[in-house]
Design a binder for this molecule. Sequence first.
Ligand SMILES: [Ca+2]
Ligand SMILES: [Ca+2]
Ligand SMILES: [Ca+2]
Length: 213
Amino acid sequence: MLYYLRVTVFILLVPASLCHAEIISSASVSSQGSFFNSAELVSDGMVPSESTRWTNDSNAYWLNQEGSEGVVFTIDYGQVFLLENVLLSVDNNDAYQLEYSVDNMDFVSFSNIQIVDGNILPTSSGGTGGMDVMSSNSSNAEYIANLDFSPVQMRYLRLYAIEGDTAYSVGEIQAFGTAVPEPNSFFALCALLVPAAMLRRRRRGHHVGRESE
Ligand SMILES: [Ca+2]
Ligand SMILES: [Ca+2]
Ligand SMILES: [Ca+2]
């Protein structure tokens, strides 16, 4: 009995222990509000270089329209994932809000990205200005503490501007994590693996029995 319990525990732990967090491909991007360039740019896998101009062809950019009633980009990842990290490219001198959801209705906020976050300084402070890459991953050189979070389950991410110089831009939103198995596929896996383990166990017992004859 203890053996079967071990097998079950092993199966339960496999998805979390053996699956390394990888970039999650988006299924589709939807948008709200009035902006320049394509919404697809926020999830096309291309991250603009640091200091890229905010109106570059690599970015979706807009004026005013702050908050969740303004310009909003929503990425659908097609199924539920355990989200472990995000990487963003946004204009350096604004504050943005990133949120997640499993149903595209109830969104939960991460800590918002402050105007001062990131390493790209505005031209008014003697910097280069432009786009700033930011990561929630503490082992990434672009890490910022405000983006850090404990892993959460999500299917959707959305981003909008909160405040800044009224000129906003996003070049990329990338998610990293692992797929959450659907209950049906999990039980199907158990149905396949547990009998196989029992058969192996029975065969092994049979060999031991014959050896001791
Ligand atoms: Ca992009
Ligand atoms: Ca940066
Ligand atoms: Ca700006």
